[in-house]
Design a protein around this ligand. Structure first.
Ligand SMILES: Cc1cc2nc3c(=O)[nH]c(=O)nc-3n(C[C@H](O)[C@H](O)[C@H](O)COP(=O)(O)OP(=O)(O)OC[C@H]3O[C@@H](n4cnc5c(N)ncnc54)[C@H](O)[C@@H]3O)c2cc1C
Ligand code: FES
Length: 274
């Protein structure tokens, strides 16, 4: 499928927002799904990026791109009018709680990208959203203003103290849990693996449901190459990943310990005790 860039803008150092005209993807995408982008002067092979927002009326999807190497530099550097190859939406997205339910989203760095789409859908359904966002520095914190504008509560932590409080995003979650307010229906998290482990452990200890979006290097993005396999299906020795029922597909068997292909079985999973 071909898509054309509608708009591209810098959101901060090394972070770009890219809107693509992709009407079919915009209609089909659910929060947590990703697309594979390919093309460019060096014929970059497919690379995964989360859908971070959609405009269904205009047939647009948005990618937030952190420039870390050649492919992300190419995607982030695209200009309006340029064509790209686009595959997707792919993978299983998050399972949404009942309309109006309260949810927490916990994002580390550009891991917040899929959570912005999720939070927008939750707010649209009348749900209360509280977001905990983290990064090493203020430049790495993504989406705080957008979430505030949507009416979500937002707390920020950075390792160097340059935005929000100094420390880890997990400290914000700890404090919120200790605060004794109304518990969320689900805690959703995306970011570095260590952060996912810490957030999931605390959520499960508190008796909460936790869904995470995990990252793995991907070649095909559709379950064909086995390049993104997690042989043990574990997030940590004590935490297993279980497949979620996507909105378009019956839930798969197992997860919870068996081999998983992140692109096809995920990237979003429920975390359960191993
Ligand atoms: C499901 C999924 C969703 C993603 N969503 C986004 C997104 O919304 N925004 C975004 O900016 N990036 C996202 N990524 C990561 C993005 O695909 C990579 O950053 C990009 O492909 C890197 O390509 P490159 O050529 O620029 O860098 P490379 O030269 O390939 O890599 C540069 C550095 O990044 C590391 N890296 C590359 N790919 C990954 C990966 N998948 N996971 C962890 N580390 C990696 C490499 O180890 C290396 O250290 C996502 C990845 C997955 C699997
Ligand atoms: S990237 Fe090929 S199987 Fe997942």
């Amino acid at each position: 499928m071909a898509a054309v860039i509608r708009e591209a803008a810098a959101l901060g150092p090394g972070l770009r927002a890219v809107w693509l005209e992709a009407p079919e993807a915009a209609q089909a995408a659910v929060p947590g799904q990703f697309v594979m982008v390919e093309g460019g002067p060096r014929r970059i092979t497919r690379r995964p990026f989360s859908v971070s927002g959609i405009d269904r009326e205009q047939g647009l999807i948005r990618l937030l791109v952190r420039v870390v190497g050649p492919a992300s530099a190419w995607v982030g550097g695209l200009s309006p009018g340029q064509p790209v190859g686009l595959h997707g939406p792919l993978g299983r997205g998050f399972t949404l709680p009942p309309a109006g339910a309260c949810a927490w989203v916990v994002g580390g760095g550009v891991g917040t990208a899929p959570l912005l789409f999720l939070a927008a859908e939750l707010r649209r359904a009348g749900g209360a959203v509280w977001a905990a966002l983290g990064g090493r520095t203020a430049d790495e914190v993504v989406g705080a203003d957008e979430l505030k504008r949507s009416g979500a509560g937002v707390a920020v932590a950075t390792e160097d103290g340059s935005a929000g409080e100094r420390g880890l995003v997990t400290t914000l979650v700890e404090r919120r849990l200790a605060g004794g307010g109304p518990p969320p229906a689900t805690v959703y998290a995306c970011g570095p693996r260590g952060m996912l482990v810490a957030v999931a452990r605390r959520a499960l200890e508190a008796g909460l449901r936790c869904q995470v979006s995990v990252e793995e290097r991907m070649a095909c993005g559709v379950g064909a190459c086995a390049g993104c396999t997690w042989p043990d299906g574990r997030l940590a020795p004590d935490l297993a990943l279980r497949r979620l029922a996507s909105s378009r597909e019956a839930p798969g068997e197992g997860g919870g310990g068996g081999p998983l292909r992140v692109c096809r079985d995920g990237p979003c999973f429920e975390v359960v005790r191993a």
